[in-house]
Design a protein around this ligand. Sequence first.
Ligand code: RI2
Length: 303
Amino acid sequence: MNVEEISIKIQDMTIRGAGRIARYAAKALKDYSETFNGQSQEEFILGLDKAAARLISTRPTAISLFNGVQITIRGAKESSDLNSARDLVIKNADAFCELSNSAYDKMASYGSNLVQEPNMMAITICNSTAAISVIKAAFQAGKITGVYACETRPKNQGLITIRELAEAGVPVTLIVDSAMRYVMPEVSIAFIGTDSLESDGSVINKIGTQVLAATARDFEVPVYACAETYKFLPPSKAGQRVQIELRPIEEIIAPEDLPENVEVYNPVFDRVHPSLITGIITEIGVIRPSEVSEISEKYLEGI
Ligand code: RI2
């Protein structure tokens, strides 16, 4: 698939998940470099910048998309000639996808060790490959006995989660989002995904995650965000807040079912205050929200 085809699929969420959209963006830029048939490095760079802007425009909240694109195009402008620039983009794209895919096993190992007492129930929301990797490892290590998965209105990504966990043999129970407080007394640990980690340690994740984290606090349940380092806001955006994406009302209600003079509001991400986050599971270890800036400077230098 080319840049435009992948952009459309990220936009309509055929391709979704903060890690996956970043990998597909890198693959799109690799495709651009492999199929470029122009004559000059200047023309190549102009097209690369246009492709990067198109991909970044598709979804505003997951900083993984911006970081994945920047990591992939890094150094192309400074390359000595056209072929070096093309080869570098291809190499960067492959390296980014390798880093992204290899992060899951590392996070799974760190995350699984966090579960102290055996026979614990976990809870999660939406469909996070990172969180599911940790949950699977915790179950295989005998650390948890099962998971509550929130269906996650309006697009019900939780239905993907229950399928993935069931296929992995993890006992999973589907609940409606508003039942998360009802079940929290039975829960011992929460694992959530991450779309972006802001400089103060705020975790941006699927809508409903604030409710989950605040409820967990009320029942003294630790909340761990699962976030690869490329989901941290980069130094160039330090101190900024990501835009919370508003999506089409059709994701909530069919227009023909909507009475006149009724508005629909569909914010699809939440900002979770760092005080509600016990720790952040990354591929380099488990860190505190207060360490986010330092990690960003170290692992996203120049982005
Ligand atoms: P992984 C998803 O967003 C969810 O918010 C999920 O928690 C987050 O991305 C991270 O997903 P959407 O694409 O990278 O469903 O862990 O809007 O798979």
